[in-house]
Design a protein around this ligand. Structure first.
Ligand code: GDP
Ligand code: GDP
Length: 437
């Protein structure tokens, strides 16, 4: 958990091509409708049983042709601050450029595990060209072709080898872990302060060996949970606050270490792309979610209509996941903060809910009988039985069918919606699997 690989380098060396290959997304296609670049920024990959997150720091620069030294400085510094391993990408056809030299000098000083990767070695014949990149002073360069995929297996071996051991200070109890996330000025530290108004509320601080403490335990008003990365929320990095992707990158660790994320949205600003970006990380990690519309004290129009409209807008932006609590609150006046905790706790419980098999079949089979999966190529598709899998991270349901390959996503969504109508899974993603009976 919490392993992050960042890809840095000047524009056009092939960062996003590698990112897509590693995470196997085709961002442009996936995100046609949303009009954002969100999937280009953050994805998951696995190699030799190690799960890692990948960020393409270049993905945050809207017009990457215009990149200048100052911008790349920020990118590299963010990567150094947040990532565990850095892939520093260069173009084997261009040789070492001034900007490459500049980036290398920052990386050398950081002592962060770094791999120099010379891309666009499509024909595997640039051994001589590769030697030039020793001059960057960051160890043995590797050559790959992000387009053909050659060399990427070796690269991943190297990434795994360079990945630092994680400290084992994670709590092993069943106490929920909540992360407070949101863009700068949404009110995260105000919320932390409201909760932790007295130092003694912090029961334990589990210190990480390499980083600030990750978990602060909270025990008050009958709530017992960990808040993730409160130190990180309080420690403001003014230098970077102007950068849109800073807060997104900053959220990754908190989200990955949590069970339930409390996503703060600034009521006075409404929902923006940055909120959607953070949501997308929560979604990719399959975490629980509650949305806190903060600064509600500043909103004049609190009519039912205004509330409905705001709720609808939020659900629309986060679709197709729409089944989560939305709470209008104020971190400053503490209005409905209790409700926020209550909801977060409920979402945590929903993640662990178990539906008895008999009950599940009793409710679902008649629905499936009335609305069966559409037949495919003249073949009838039958679902005879279903069950919830034991011991899963999030509620996961298996439906046994004669021809599972013919049951497509829309029907799975239909099943999911029916489950959500019958039982309360608000705030948690659920998995639907179709298997051969
Ligand atoms: P970024 O700006 O660093 O994210 O670079 P992109 O991934 O957008 O790639 C820039 C250009 O280089 C695109 O036209 C890619 O198709 C091309 N490119 C990326 N990887 C390779 C590669 O391995 N070989 C070749 N020949 N071209 C590549
Ligand atoms: P962060 O960057 O997300 O940690 O945001 P802060 O907690 O620092 O809040 C940013 C600004 O918004 C500060 O001036 C806070 O006092 C203010 N603020 C935060 N929450 C509320 C709220 O619920 N109501 C009002 N009126 N102001 C708030």
């Amino acid at each position: 958990m919490g392993r992050l690989v960042a890809i840095v380098g000047r524009p056009n060396v092939g960062k996003s091509t590698l990112f897509n290959r590693l995470t196997q997304t085709r961002a442009a296609i996936v995100n046609d409708t949303s009009g954002t670049t969100r999937d280009r920024q953050y994805g998951k990959m696995e190699w030799n049983g190690m799960e890692m997150s990948v960020v393409d720091t270049g993905g945050w620069v809207v017009n990457s042709e215009d990149i200048f030294e100052g911008e790349i400085n920020k990118q590299v510094h963010l990567a150094i601050e947040e990532a565990d391993v850095i892939i520093f990408m260069v173009d084997i056809k261009n040789g070492v450029t001034d900007l490459d030299d500049h980036v290398a000098s920052i990386l050398r000083r950081s002592k962060k595990p770094t791999i120099v990767v010379a891309n666009k070695d499509d024909n595997n014949e640039s051994i001589y060209a590769l030697a030039e990149f020793y001059s960057l002073g960051l160890g043995d360069p590797m050559s790959i072709s992000a387009i053909t995929g050659s060399g990427t297996g070796d690269l991943l071996d190297e990434v795994v080898k360079k990945m630092p051991e994680k400290d084992m200070d994670e709590p092993t109890d069943d106490i929920p872990r909540f992360a407070i996330v949101g863009r700068p000025n949404a009110g995260k530290s105000s919320l932390v302060n409201s909760l932790m108004d007295e130092q003694r509320n912090i029961v334990t601080d589990i210190a990480g060996t390499t980083r600030d403490s990750i978990y602060a335990r909270y025990n008050k008003f009958g709530f017992d949970f960990y808040l993730v990365d409160t130190a990180g929320i309080r420690k403001k990095n003014k230098v970077n606050e102007d950068i849109e992707y800073y807060s997104v990158l900053r959220s990754i660790r908190s989200i990955e270490y949590s069970d339930v994320c409390i996503l703060l949205i600034d009521a006075t600003r409404g929902i923006e792309s940055q909120d959607v970006n953070i949501f997308s990380i929560i979604e990719k990690n399959r975490k629980g979610l509650i949305v806190l519309v903060n600064k509600w004290d500043l909103v004049e129009n609190k009519s039912q209509e205004a509330i409905k409209h705001m709720e609808a807008t939020i659900r629309e932006r986060f679709a197709p996941f729409t089944d989560f609590p939305i709470i209008f609150a104020s971190a400053l006046t503490k209005q409905r903060i209790f409700k926020v905790l209550e909801s977060s706790k409920e979402v945590y419980q929903h993640r662990q809910a178990r539906i008895p098999t008999a009950k599940l079949n009793e409710e679902m089979l008649p629905i499936i009988e009335t609305t069966p999966p559409p037949s495919n190529k003249g073949k009838y598709i039958k679902i005879k039985y279903c069950m919830q899998l034991p011991d899963t991270r999030i509620p996961s349901f298996v439906f046994f069918a004669n021809l599972p390959q013919y049951i497509k996503d829309p029907y799975k969504r239909f099943l999911e919606n029916k489950i959500r109508e019958k039982w309360n899974f608000s705030g948690t993603p659920i998995n639907i699997f179709i298997r051969q009976k």
